[in-house]
Unconditional design. Structure first.
Length: 89
């Protein structure tokens, strides 16, 4: 059974409200976003602060999108083993 706890942090009200609005636009509760950020911090031992997407990541996503648009058949996965290989497991 999973147990949960509450973390109380001080943050400017305007920042909290803007974060809630942004999360709501994405359809994701702010709690999930905060938990994902904490989990990433724990697993990587670091965090990145950026107000704009990293150019390298944007180029990678654009290249992947173009590849998918041109060859969607390359992205069909028909088995769990194939999926595991595709993500490097």
């Amino acid at each position: 059974m999973s147990t949960s706890t509450t973390i109380t942090i001080k943050t400017p009200k305007k920042l909290r409200d803007a974060a809630k609005r942004t999360a709501s636009k994405l359809g994701i509760p702010l709690t999930i976003i905060m938990n994902a950020q904490l989990a990433q911090f724990v697993s990587e031992g670091r965090f990145i602060v950026s107000l704009t997407p990293l150019p390298k990541k944007v180029r990678q996503w654009e290249a992947l999108r173009r590849e998918y648009d041109e060859h969607p058949e390359h992205f069909i996965i028909s088995s769990l083993d194939e999926f595991a290989r595709s993500i490097g497991v």
